[in-house]
Design a binder for this molecule. Structure first.
Ligand SMILES: Nc1nc2c(c(=O)[nH]1)N[C@H]1C(S)=C(S)[C@@H](COP(=O)(O)OP(=O)(O)OC[C@H]3O[C@@H](n4cnc5c(N)ncnc54)[C@H](O)[C@@H]3O)O[C@H]1N2
Ligand code: MOO
Length: 417
């Protein structure tokens, strides 16, 4: 019965179609790392505003040093931020420092290493030993950017470099998309918080923490609504805390077991317009089959399976792009790369498989990928050890060592300088 399981691509498509970018807010650039621009950042100055020196030395007329050695007379100085008010005439030079404005009349900079100066004083004679054609070590006005130039386009996640550029452009505030607020609700009588294990039969919640970390890493704000016991009223009461969120993510209670209450409790007719309207349930994915997507009232809701590996894999495949959509970034399936399989694998069934795997450099520049033999969706240790997920389409035939396969790398890191 393949028909009751929605393909992964269709599921992602339906989630992304249901979401749209959030409104903008204005933040200081010191708070803007990783935020997504809602409007282009435009230069509020020309840089450099006038021609400046790229070196410490002397501003000269190139014609005066066409033949060297040449003796010139120092007539003034031009430090960065200062300037020489006069015009450099024939036989004259102005002491200049990196970033200092090139005085009128001068058109080249001679390095101080190429000059013998009798004294560091105006009126002193200097002997220039190396010539400098016009333009040498001169940064023309507007070399970097001009007022009104686009520094950073809209829809870009701001890197450290972008923030440096905004500052250089004299832009202290930027318009960015508001951070998506994601409410996270764990479910299950057996679940306790880390550190609160009072009974060895209980399960320590990893899902809420891994999910919150994904949300933060992608650029959202996570709100932990707590752990709902397997009780309809309690689940409804905690889920009500999602009011004001842009997305509700539940973990657990998604499947068909007696205690799997999420749909039942939140879909209850007494909630009226605030009830859960299910868009789809159950997808052709392993792990992640019982995934739910719908709306709790007006709030989009992603109901993730409780198995911790299923939760994190579904977060990688669905939550990350969903957050990217809310942030106004290009959102779609994670990019897969080609790799070479290091072991033999049996044929796949009707579910698209996301095998936890490690990889190493292969013979032809591609990675050599080894899926773990034991693929149990309760095993967080394997997931943490994995550096990629090997993705197998439904009904993928048996594979042999050396075959080309697709992987979804997990080790990209979140830091962009
Ligand atoms: N008869 C069937 N049984 C199951 C099916 C099925 O189709 N028929 N599907 C299986 C699949 S696939 C999955 S995945 C699981 C997911 O079910 P639920 O979403 O209902 O998850 P729970 O039963 O609530 O929990 C499963 C497992 O995960 C542990 N868990 C739950 N929350 C957390 C948490 N916050 N942190 C860490 N671990 C958590 C929970 O204790 C359970 O061990 O259903 C299969 N069964
Ligand atoms: O699909 Mo479940 O997610 O096997 O673990």
């Amino acid at each position: 019965m393949a028909s009751d399981l929605l393909p992964v691509e269709d599921a992602l498509d339906r989630i992304l179609t249901a979401l749209s970018p959030l409104p903008a807010e204005v933040v200081p650039i010191s708070e803007a790392l990783g935020r997504v621009t809602a409007a282009p950042i435009l230069a509020r100055r020309t840089q450099p505003p006038v021609a400046v020196s790229a070196m410490d030395g002397y501003a000269v007329r190139a014609a005066d040093v066409a033949t060297v050695p040449a003796t010139l007379r120092r007539v003034g100085s031009a430090p960065a931020g200062g300037g020489y008010a006069g015009t450099v005439g024939p036989g004259e030079a102005v002491r200049i420092f990196t970033g200092g404005p090139v005085p009128a009349g001068a058109d080249a900079i001679v390095l101080q290493e190429d000059v013998d100066a009798s004294a560091e004083a105006d009126g002193a004679e200097i002997l220039v030993r190396e010539g400098a054609p016009a333009g040498t070590f001169v940064r023309p006005a507007g070399l970097d950017f001009r007022t009104g130039d686009v520094g950073v386009p809209a829809g870009r996640r701001l890197s450290a470099r972008d923030i440096g550029l905004a500052a250089a452009m004299n832009v202290p505030w930027v318009r960015v998309i508001r951070r998506p607020r994601v409410a996270i609700l764990s479910t299950g009588d057996e679940i306790v918080r880390p550190g609160e294990l009072d009974d060895p039969t209980r399960i320590v919640s990893s899902n809420a923490y891994a999910l919150a970390a994904v949300v933060r890493a992608v650029g959202g704000e996570a709100v932990d609504l707590g752990i709902a016991p397997d009780d309809r009223d309690a689940l409804r009461a905690l889920a009500a805390g999602a009011r004001g969120a842009d997305l509700l993510v539940t973990s657990g209670g998604a499947s068909v077991g007696r205690h799997d209450l999420v749909q039942e409790a939140l879909g209850d007719g007494t909630l009226g317009a605030d009830a859960l309207k299910v868009g789809f349930w159950k997808i052709a994915m392993r792990p992640g089959k019982p995934l739910i997507f719908g709306h709790l009232g007006a709030i989009p809701m992603l109901g993730l399976p409780g198995n911790p590996v299923s939760t994190v894999v579904c977060a990688t495949v669905f939550l990350r792009p969903a957050l990217e959509r809310l942030l106004g970034l290009p959102a779609g399936p994670a990019a897969l790369t080609e790799a070479i399989l290091a072991i033999d694998l049996k044929e796949n069934d009707r579910r698209q498989d996301y095998l936890r795997a490690t990889s190493e450099p292969g013979p032809d520049g591609r990675r050599l990928v080894t899926p773990f033999v034991r693929q149990d969706s309760s095993m967080m240790s394997r997931l943490a050890e994995a550096d990629c997920l090997m993705v197998r389409p439904p009904f993928d035939p048996a594979r042999s060592r050396g075959d080309t396969v697709s992987i979804l790398p997990l080790d990209g890191g979140f830091l962009t300088i």
